[in-house]
Design a protein around this ligand. Sequence first.
Ligand code: AMP
Ligand code: ZN
Length: 468
Amino acid sequence: MKLYNTLSKKKEEFVPLEEGKVRMYVCGPTVYNFIHIGNARPMIIFDTVRRYFEYKGYDVNYVSNFTDVDDKIIKKAIEEGVTADEISRRYIAECKKDMEGMNVKPATTHPLATQEIGGMIEMIRTLMEKGYAYEKNGTVYFRTRQFKDYGKLSHKNLDDLRSGERSLLVTGEDEKEDPLDFVLWKPKKEGEPSWESPWSDGRPGWHIECSEMSKKYLGEQIDIHAGGEDLVFPHHENEIAQSEAANGKEFAKYWMHNAFLNIDNRKMSKSLGNFRTVREISEQYDLQILRFFMLSAHYRSPLNFSAELMEASKSGLERIVNAADSLKFLMENAKTEEMTEAENQAFGKTEAFVKAFESAMEDDFNTADAVASVFELVKYSNTTADGDSSKEYLQKLLERLVSLTDVLGLIVDRKEEMLDEEIEELIQERQAARKAKDFARADAIRDELLLKGIILKDTREGVQWKRA
Ligand code: AMP
Ligand code: ZN
């Protein structure tokens, strides 16, 4: 299996550190709002990578954090007049709902930065003892030049960085020994969440979070570290510096980065304000369609979000679901049980589609080609399965189709439509919750309905609903 390693800028053969096991860490979102579909790209991509390893029989330990302490979370908490904890807890719960809608498996562990502060302090202490870190007025900095391999991931040269950074020097940072040094620990400002440490009451820098959580849940050396390409520098470069300086070992063997999800050819981001949340998309489409859309391009190619591509994804997914549906229908009505010799041979021919699917996935997870092989199988199924087919043949075709779509995380079962009465009942329950001022429950019902494709509209005449 080959994967592109940002570290070597080459496709490399995957050799696990420990046979049959994959240890991977994927940087997760900062939780101060609903996730947008740019954030969803790494979630879907690396979930698919995980699923393929599992399909190949690997035992995957998949760790993905939530950054639940950050300037943006604090700002949002102040705006709403609630605690930072409330903001992060709320958006972690919302993020998990979106993940479920996109059929992204929960990680083996989803650590929260705020629960791991003790370990981070220990790591910073080790870095200080080894001469890789120093303290100034309660702030602890990493001594970047001390780490000889700095720049090896982003392929940047320290002196180029230095000349670029000089103009970026901001006031208050002149206490650093070198402009390239970055923060490991910073003292709190008034009203901010803080933890005690040997240097000041404060909080960790962002980069140290991932170094520590990766070490705690996966060990000092891991197979794969992943995230969006904006994280290569400085986040991942700094993680390497911290982890390798503290542990004295190579941190991750393979570094994987997805390209951006763009809109009008610009990166979708919260700061540019050009984002669409996963929740908004779910008002228009089943989130399986969003997943299919993400997989229709190679993960290292930029992908432009558009209504046309979403419509194409909708009909693409529909073709697969229809084929599965038709196999199920034929199975129920099949006249014979066992496969004939001719069917046995016909089924043998589907091996070729599985091989093509696996070769695509093993060539740096070329999901676009893998999807094409699924379509080949669909076409074959549509042309060879009919009212005369045996139940066994139909079942085997269906199992084969499901084994491939499962790797892609695509669900081929037609979703059971919610019955009108069920919807009405939930709406009644929501009205009752509102009356009782249990707004959390009322919102939860609205979201539950939304993820099932039911949109509510509160009007003066009462609640109206429609199917997305
Ligand atoms: P953030 O919450 O900004 O730290 O992002 C969480 C994850 O989403 C990181 O892996 C980012 O690289 C990734 N990400 C953010 N925006 C995009 C985008 N427009 N396209 C692809 N990945 C993104
Ligand atoms: Zn990270």
